[in-house]
Design a protein around this ligand. Structure first.
Ligand code: 5AD
Ligand code: SF4
Length: 470
């Protein structure tokens, strides 16, 4: 793809601002501001997209509510990665028939990854006739235009064409208050892991220009954000499509030159593209958190091959060995799928043994969920749900024991944390994160919020550490 086909032009973006103004003018006649309720499901990329939707809606004059009943506009920003997430969305759409009955003017919108699936948009067209607007992730930048079409034509609008995807710079963003911010550095995925729907719904890999990323991080640091996560389906292939000899380690080094008190994290990394050079850059850059989320998915070579992951157990373990050597105390996390089609108990136990060998701090564990249209969905899947559950429970038990032991080893130590919220434990009212992103519940007063402080760890369990400010 040519770069000028990837970047949305300034004129096209200015056009969207005109649609924002038209919508704002339409509502200006009303006494109260229109209200929008955005329900976001799934990953951090979707959360970041939700913040752009809020940005564009703010420009249209909207305020926000969490109650769909009182909203003029309801948006379900959806995830397609597992069946369960989809079922929840269809459930919520069902409930919205009632809010729409109460308020026939209410506009209901479905966007995000599910919306991009042909099977889903067809079902919405035929059976969920109260939904006014459906658009996929590739059409996010023209949301103001699509919303205007709904208001003007009073017809249902579907924008779900199968596109490679684009990059739109300068879309307004409403960020979460506090110290955490997310910056997408690239979009899409080229990997086609055989179980995964993402490449079908988020288009091909495309990287933002380094200057745009750097400018955004500079702005965030200046605005006081202290915990900044770079996002992409596979940040390790950042820059490959730019053809300027500039890659993810270069971006990390350039970001690291920005002065200020802040941490940089990133996710996700694909082991096939993770290199020693990446770990060298991480080790060198003082602003880069010594934390690595490196999804392994399986510890068995046959299963990895069937998953189309393009690395072996040995290659993965070698990467981990190098990363640990370079960064003693590195906090490691991973994603794992149990019960891939055809996986045997022995193969699942290879994953458990890899988990023991690596010694992860935490895991995101999933039981395989078939996604129509992916290669794995057509593979024979003889193991029963009960068997898979047994393997899954074993994995979770091993990891929980490991997390508890790693956490217990912190007791008596002093760690630097960033206080980033309130905790639900009344004896430890503050929530904070170590550089490795471990949760530490803290005794202390609210004026510590947003600050880096040194904390003595006094207790722990499987999920959290407990401490007191020194
Ligand atoms: N079934 C179960 N888990 C999945 N993931 C992706 N696709 C599926 C699926 N079909 C998991 C992977 C990925 C994480 C974001 O979700 O572990 O890394
Ligand atoms: Fe899905 Fe694999 Fe791409 Fe991750 S790298 S989004 S698991 S296809």
């Amino acid at each position: 793809m040519e770069r000028n086909q990837v970047l949305i032009s300034a004129e096209d973006l200015a056009c969207q601002q005109e649609f924002q103004k038209k919508i704002a003018a339409m509502f200006a006649a009303r006494e109260a501001h229109p209200r929008a309720c955005i329900d976001t499901f799934g990953c951090q990329q979707n959360v970041a997209d939700g913040q752009k939707l809020m940005g564009m809606l703010s420009e249209c004059g909207f305020t926000f509510t969490e109650d769909a009943k009182e909203a003029d506009l309801v948006i379900l920003n959806t995830c397609a990665i597992r069946e369960h997430a989809e079922q929840r969305v269809f459930g919520n759409l069902g409930i919205l028939t009632h809010t729409k009955k109460e308020n026939p003017e209410q506009v209901i919108c479905l966007c995000g990854c599910m919306a991009q699936e042909e099977r889903v948009s067809k079902r919405i067209k035929e059976s969920y006739r109260h939904v006014n607007l459906v658009f996929g992730p590739q059409a996010l930048w023209k949301f103001p235009e699509l919303l205007w079409q709904v208001y003007e034509s009073k017809k249902r609008v579907f924008s779900v064409a199968d596109e490679h995807g684009t990059i739109a710079e300068g879309i307004p963003v409403v960020r979460e208050k506090g110290v955490k911010a997310w910056v997408s550095i690239m979009y899409g995925c080229n990997n086609f892991c055989s179980y995964c729907i993402v490449p079908y719904v988020r288009g091909r890999e495309r990287s933002r220009d380094p200057e745009c990323v750097l400018a955004e991080v500079r702005e965030l640091v200046a605005a006081g954000y202290k915990d900044i996560t770079l996002l992409g389906q596979n940040v390790n292939s950042y820059g490959n499509d730019l053809d300027i000899g500039y890659h993810f380690p270069d971006l990390l080094r350039d970001i690291n030159k920005i002065p200020g008190e802040y941490l940089i994290r990133f996710m996700s990394s694909h082991p096939k593209d993770a290199t020693y050079a990446l770990f060298d850059a991480m080790a060198e850059c003082e602003h880069v958190a010594k934390q690595l989320h490196l999804p392994v998915q399986s510890g068995n070579d046959r299963v990895l091959k069937e998953m189309n992951r393009r690395y072996t157990r040995e290659k993965y373990l070698d990467l981990i060995r190098y990363a640990k050597e370079k960064m003693p105390g590195l906090v490691l996390t991973s994603d794992i799928i149990i019960g891939f089609p055809g996986e045997t108990e022995e193969e699942a136990m290879d994953t458990v043994s890899l988990v023991e060998e690596v010694g992860y701090d935490a895991l995101f564990t999933f039981i395989y969920s078939p996604r129509p249209g992916t290669k794995a969905a057509a593979m024979p899947d003889p193991a029963s749900r009960a068997e898979k559950q047994k393997w899954f429970d074993k994995l979770c038990q091993v990891q929980n024991d490991q997390s508890a032991a790693l956490h217990a080893a912190y007791i008596g130590k002093t760690v630097r944390v960033l206080v980033d919220g309130k905790s639900d434990d009344e004896n430890y009212p503050l929530a904070s994160r170590t550089e490795g992103n471990r949760l530490v519940r803290l005794k202390g007063s609210e004026d510590l919020m947003g600050k880096f402080v040194n904390v003595k760890i006094t207790g722990s369990n499987t999920w959290a550490l407990y401490g007191e400010v020194e």
